[in-house]
Structures are given as C-alpha cells and as structure tokens.
Ligand binder design. Structure first.
Ligand code: FAD
Length: 422
C-alpha cells in the first residue's frame, strides 16, 4: 500500500517538474528554449530526487512499512546516485553554455553556493559508496553523510540568488517541503525524549549477547518488527541503533537482544537498571503475520539473526497459533546458542514446530553439521514450493540461500529477508 502510494507520489512529483519546465521554457520562450534551458530541467530533477532522499530518511512509518528496510535503502542509494548525476550534468551543461558563448566560466556569488553544494554532494556520495572499502566507522561515514542537510539549503540559496532565476514556485515548494521535513524530525526527537522508556532488565544470554527489557508506554507492533534505540546511561546518550524487538507483542515489557559486534554493542552489558531509553518504533515488514495463513513457514536464522524468530515464536506460543513451522538456526558452536531451553519447551507447546540446530564449527555436535543450504533444506523438508521462507542472518548467508531458493524455483514473493545492516 505505502509502496504504491509513495511511487505514485514520486512519479507525479517528477512529472510535474517536467511539465513546469516545458511551460516555463517552451511555451513562454519559444521552440529553441527547451534546449537552452535543459540545465534548468536537470537542476529541477536533481533537486527533486535530492528532496525525496530526505523523505526516505525521515523515518516516516507508513512509507517504511510499504517498502521494508532493505528496499527502502535500495531506493535511497539509487535516488542518491540519480540526484548526484542530474546535478553534475546541470553543472556540466552550465559550464558548456559558458564556453559556447565564448566566455570563461565566472564564479560569482550565486555560483559559489551552487559549487559548494555540489562539492558536498559529490564527497558524501563517494563516501557512501566507498565507506566499506575505506574502512570508515559507521558513525564517521554517517556523520559525513548528514552534511547533505547543509547541501540542500546551499543549493536553494544558489537558485534564489541567480539573477536569471526562473521557477520561483517550484523552488519555494522545495524550500517549504525541506523545512517541513526538518521540523518533523525535530518534533519526533522531542516526542521520543519526552516519553523515555526505563531499563528494567539486563540479562546476559551468553558470553557476548544480552537481553535488555524496557518498561514504558505500550507499543503496538508485529512480532518480527524492529526499533531504533538510544540508551541514556551514565556516560550520556548513545547514537541511535536498530534492533529487532525480541519480545512478543503479548508481553508487557519490550525486549531487545544485542550481540557485541562493535563499539556500542560491546557496552550493552554496562547498561544499568533505571537507565533510560529513547525508543522509536515499530519499523519493518518481517513478520509471519503478513503472509498467507495456509503456508508452512520456514524460519532460517544465522547467529544473532534468531531475534525476530524468537519474537514470532513467543507470539505463536502465547496466542496458541498452531502452524507448521520449521526453525533452522545456524551457529558456529553451541556456545553461541541461547534461549535453548525456551525453544525446546516451545516444541512441546506448539505441536507443529520443529527446531533444527546446525553447527558449522563443532565436530562433536550430535545434530546437523555444516551450513544451512539447499541440500539441508530439501533433505529435511522435501518439496519447498509450498513454503514461505524467512531469512535473517549474515548477509553472505542469506544471499546464498536466497539464490539457491530462486534456482530451485521458489518465487521471490515467498522469500522474506531481514538485513541487520544499514
Ligand atoms: C533491522 C535491524 C535489526 C537488527 N537487529 C539486531 C538484533 O536483534 N541484535 C543484534 O545484535 N544486532 C541487530 N542489528 C544490528 C545492530 O544494529 C548493529 O550490530 C549495531 O548497530 C552495531 O553497532 P556497533 O557500534 O556496536 O558496531 P560497529 O562496529 O560500529 O558497526 C558494525 C556494523 O553495524 C552497523 N551499525 C553500526 N552502527 C549503527 C547505527 N547507529 N545504526 C545502524 N547500523 C549501525 C553498520 O552496518 C556497521 O558496519 C540489527 C540491525 C538492523 C538494521
């Protein structure tokens, strides 16, 4: 729903930019003008795509729910590239027009703003594409990325100061939409800060994984969805991190289960009862409640990717939902496991649940060994075509299984993936 409405809105928005440009150039200035003012169209489309980027990153729930996080990030990446491309072409065409008039390009006031904006956009786009290769910390490249919030107003100033400026209503609309999005983000931060949750439980699950439990205002969510949390501890307020809600909507407390994988997650064990948490939720589309009820469910988890399945199974247990469910949980050794007793008990409480633990690095393991792959799945399940697959784990693992399922002939619509990476 959200996806089609959003797609229609973006298409309409971009088409109206083209219509405005045709009206402004062709109708008002004659047949040759569209060619001469093509740079204007490039600027409008570039700024249009740029503006959509702020919509996509404003955590507007109905938009995120329509897409799912991974598709939304895909659009964010591609719209970013398209916006950069249009704006760079705009710049190149303006330069070419200068040369075609036999004059050297001039760097006057309004152009300086445009150049500054384009410089920021090019740097942030390059960093976004190359941050892994450059080995940048998440916080570092995200900080650099946020400078785009300065680039957009700079570009607007560049436009407004242009003595030959045309299309004031369009640019005014852009400025208004941008200001609205900024105000929305600030308001959301204010709302979250005004309604903090309180940490009421810190449980060590194994050597590097903890469950935090929060009390606070009741939250409506689907099992499998995720939240963004900032912990307010003695050392201050952390940056915002996404975590699956590992508790079930049937429980009173909200739970997350982070595994130590970096600067922030390795400090989770230092969280104390009474610390505060600013929680923005729910997000995500990874839930068995969103697929047809008659299909057997195959849950495939790698390591900490178990968390959405814990939430879904807890929900099924509490609501006594009798469905055919197979949970494959891959880990290196059994030391990585947790909630093992609870899962064993769930197998008794949910008659059609089967839990299959798979170890890739423990020769003395008495269960399934190796990696979760097509052979293991077909060996255990037989015909895969009527099943609904949910994958959550390290991206190389989920990508490999997704490909094997596609080669087998399982349709893309039957495969759902949660990525633990932004
Ligand atoms: C939808 C979703 C659900 C998740 N659920 C869980 C879960 O249930 N349990 C769990 O252990 N982990 C989960 N994660 C992963 C978790 O968010 C990261 O492990 C955590 O943010 C890493 O932070 P760090 O500073 O400890 O690690 P770092 O070493 O700084 O980063 C490791 C990687 O984590 C990601 N990351 C780091 N900081 C952030 C941030 N502020 N926002 C977003 N991503 C970041 C980046 O991809 C980075 O490369 C989930 C991620 C997503 C997107």
């Amino acid at each position: 729903m959200g996806k089609s409405i959003f797609g229609a809105m973006v298409s309409l928005f971009l088409l109206s930019l083209v219509a405005v440009w045709i009206n402004m150039s062709f109708i008002q200035y004659g047949v040759m003008e569209p060619l001469r003012s093509a740079h204007l169209l490039l600027a409008m489309l570039g700024m249009g795509f740029f503006l959509v980027q702020f919509v996509l990153s404003s955590r507007i729930k109905w938009i995120e729910r329509g897409f799912g996080l991974d598709k939304m990030l895909w659009y964010h990446r591609w719209f970013g590239r398209v916006a950069t491309g249009f704006l760079f072409l705009h710049f190149s065409l303006v330069l070419a027009l200068d040369f075609s008039r036999g004059t050297a390009p001039i760097l006057d006031g309004h152009r300086a703003y445009g150049l500054a904006a384009l410089g920021i956009i090019l740097v942030t786009a390059s960093v976004a594409s190359l941050h892994k290769w450059m080995g940048l910390r998440y916080e570092t490249w995200k900080g650099i990325h946020l400078v785009n919030y300065v680039a957009f107003p700079l570009a607007l100033v560049h436009i407004m100061l242009n003595p030959a400026q045309r299309g004031a209503p369009v640019w005014g609309g852009f400025a208004f939409a941008y200001a609205f999005l900024i105000a929305y983000r600030i308001y959301m931060i204010y709302v979250l800060r005004k309604n903090p949750y309180v940490v009421v439980g810190v449980t060590s699950e194994n050597s590097d994984t903890w469950t935090l439990r929060f009390a606070g205002r009741p939250l409506k969510y689907l099992p499998g969805q995720f939240l963004h949390v900032q912990l307010h501890r003695r050392d201050g307020v952390s940056s915002s991190h996404p975590f699956t809600i590992s508790s079930s909507p049937t429980e009173k407390l909200l739970g997350i289960t982070p595994k130590a994988s970096g600067d922030f997650t390795s400090t989770i064990g230092e969280t104390e009862i009474g610390d505060q948490a600013y929680i923005d939720a729910p997000y995500g589309v990874f839930s068995f409640l969103r697929v047809p009820e008659n299909r057997p469910l195959v849950f495939i988890a790698g390591g900490i990717g178990i968390t959405p399945f814990l939430s879904m199974l807890r929900y099924m247990r509490d609501r006594q939902i009798d469905r055919e469910v197979y949970l494959f949980w891959g880990n290196r050794t059994e030391n990585n496991l947790f909630s093992r007793g609870e899962l064993a008990k769930m197998e008794e409480q949910l008659p059609r649940l089967k839990v299959i633990l798979v170890m890739s690095g423990q020769p003395d393991w008495v269960g399934k060994e190796g990696h979760i792959d097509l052979d293991l799945l077909t060996g255990y399940l037989g015909d895969l075509s009527p099943m609904e697959f949910f994958l959550c784990g390290p991206p190389p693992m989920t990508r490999a299984i997704e490909k094997q399922l596609a080669d087998y002939g399982v349709s893309r619509a039957q495969v759902h993936r949660e990525v633990f990476e932004l």
